[in-house]
Design a protein around this ligand. Structure first.
Ligand SMILES: Cc1cc2nc3c(=O)[nH]c(=O)nc-3n(C[C@H](O)[C@H](O)[C@H](O)COP(=O)(O)OP(=O)(O)OC[C@H]3O[C@@H](n4cnc5c(N)ncnc54)[C@H](O)[C@@H]3O)c2cc1C
Length: 498
């Protein structure tokens, strides 16, 4: 295999793959090095006993047909591959304290009507808050989403869409909670806005950037939530296929052990086993903690990264249960995604909020006939699982799984009786298979920050080294890391003169 490339991408998460495919489509010769046996990272899958489980993401934004925010649709199209998707009529069915039972329908007016019925005194506030989210979304959805580090692009977009740009500038330093409290007074409704944010940003509304909230709270009604036929892992498989068709390459079981630096510039990488590869530009799709903590000498941590690590901390990882259950347990009219929380004070605590995804309601081919997949997960920190002897670790996993199933019996009576398959994953599993520091879901603010203003872009303090993925602007989620991939590839294409 060639040792010299235009660009090397470390990792084949969606952030890495979008960067690689965009650059390959522009004519660059790209090598992707992935430590695992398949592409996708947190959007990968595993298959066993007739089930095909998504390891992480399953509520997928970015597959819309119109506008500019449908970044997954656009990423696949750029390398001439297609993926059939199945529209999900409800984003989430919330089961919250005080019998607060809300379904976020794809149809915006139905959702607003439902929320208003529960909080009639807040009719105006509800409308004003979600309308303000639409303002953000409409600005985003009218411009090409590329690198904010590229001056000529910024000028072009500004002259093409001055009002959209000014609109976005206004919201860039603002958090969703600030806007929510401007319009809404009811404490229970404010808590609902908190969990609306928490379920994808793992932070309360006060700490969740308004740009991200505007995107999520509107796109679910615009492009909608759409599940890839064949499972979420298909997205990465298709991108990898498109990449290779263009003559670039992806190598699995190729864990990068260090980024090679010469005269302060990144010049290549070394993989475990000692093989070295060289490129004009190196992109890391590992988290910033892994990139600067493991792939580069720590004693030279750039001041910019030190500052970032003070502002952002590791969000929790998850305790995951991948279950195969008899179809009789899941009602036919059940929604695909659920969130269960019994006590508001536990929302952000260890194993407080429970997330559930039943993708076989949309694509039955992912399980044997007569069975469903129930993927359920709840936030959990590495500290609770670290350094346990094997027997204690297994017992703790078993206890935690039983506890989750018992709590879920409230919304799925008979779940335990209907179990056919069970696999428990912990933060240790995420660290091992996804290569993420402490198995983290991504960065969360250490203290209240001004919206997205402090989130780093793709360039780093080391010349020719770029970062992409959820620890770069604009954060976690498949469509967000796709945005980061579009931005990263755009910046590199300009730097390479492509
Ligand atoms: C349980 C769970 C549920 C989620 N649910 C959703 C959801 O419903 N919707 C949604 O949009 N998002 C969801 N997310 C978030 C989403 O999956 C992530 O934000 C996104 O996939 C991160 O993509 P990434 O490109 O940043 O990196 P990753 O997916 O982390 O990929 C990085 C890749 O780099 C590889 N790598 C790392 N280090 C090296 C190295 N040294 N050498 C070679 N390869 C390396 C890894 O093996 C991995 O394949 C969920 C995440 C989890 C964990």
């Amino acid at each position: 295999m060639d040792q010299h490339w235009d660009v090397i991408v470390i990792g084949s998460g969606i952030g890495g793959l979008v960067t690689a495919t965009q650059l390959a489509a522009k004519g660059a010769k790209v090598l992707v090095l992935e430590s695992y046996i398949i592409p996708g990272g947190s959007s990968g899958y595993f298959a066993t006993e007739g089930y095909r489980f998504d390891v992480g993401a399953s509520m997928i934004f970015g597959f819309g047909k119109e506008g500019t925010t449908n970044l997954l649709t656009r990423a696949l199209k750029a390398v001439n591959v297609e993926l059939e998707t199945i529209p999900d009529p409800v984003q989430i069915h919330y089961h919250l304290p005080n019998e607060l039972d809300i379904k976020v329908q794809r149809d915006y007016d139905s959702f607003i009507e439902q929320l208003t019925q529960r909080f009639p005194a807040e009719q105006q506030g509800i409308k004003r808050f979600y309308d303000e989210c639409w303002k953000v979304f409409n600005c985003l959805n009218s411009i090409d989403l590329l690198s904010l580090e590229e001056y000529r692009y910024l000028m072009r977009v500004f002259f093409q869409r001055p009002l959209s740009c000014l609109g976005l500038l206004k919201y860039l330093p603002v958090n969703a909670g600030d806007i929510a409290r401007r319009h809404i007074k009811d404490p229970e409704l404010l808590k609902f806005i908190d969990i609306e944010c928490y379920c994808w940003s793992v932070a309360k509304a006060d700490w969740t950037p308004m740009i991200n909230a505007g995107m999520v709270f509107s796109d679910r009604h615009y492009g909608g939530i759409n599940y890839p036929k064949g499972g979420v892992g298909k997205i990465a498989e298709k991108l990898a296929e498109g990449l290779e068709k263009l003559g670039s390459q992806i190598c699995y079981k190729s864990k990068v052990s260090q980024i090679l630096i010469e005269n302060g510039k990144a010049i290549g990488v070394e993989i475990i086993g000692g093989q070295q590869y060289y490129a004009k530009k190196i992109v890391s799709n590992a988290t910033r903690w892994d990139t600067f903590g493991k792939l580069l000498p720590q004693e030279n941590l750039p001041a910019k990264e030190r500052k970032w690590q003070k502002r952002y901390q590791l969000s929790p990882s998850f305790l995951n249960l991948h279950l195969g259950v008899r179809s009789s347990v899941i009602p036919a009219d059940c929604e695909c995604h659920h969130i269960l929380l019994e006590d508001w004070s536990k929302m952000e605590q260890e194993q407080g909020t429970i997330f559930v995804s039943i993708p076989t309601l949309l694509d039955p081919s992912l399980a044997p006939e007569g069975f469903h997949i129930v993927h359920t997960f709840t936030p959990s920190w590495m500290d609770n699982w670290q350094d346990l002897p094997p027997k204690e670790y297994e017992e703790k996993k078993e206890d935690a799984a039983n506890n989750l199933i018992e709590r879920l019996e409230k919304i799925f009576p008979g779940l335990e009786q209907g179990l056919d398959y069970q696999q428990v994953g912990t933060p240790r599993t995420h660290r091992r298979f996804l290569g993420r520091q402490s198995g983290t879901y991504g960065p969360v603010a250490h203290y209240k920050l001004p919206g997205l203003l402090t989130m780093p872009f793709n360039r780093t303090s080391i010349e020719n080294l770029y970062c992409v993925g959820d620890s770069t602007f604009p954060g976690q989620g498949l469509n967000a890391v796709a945005f980061s991939g579009f931005a990263c590839s755009h910046r590199i294409a300009v730097d390479l003169g492509l």
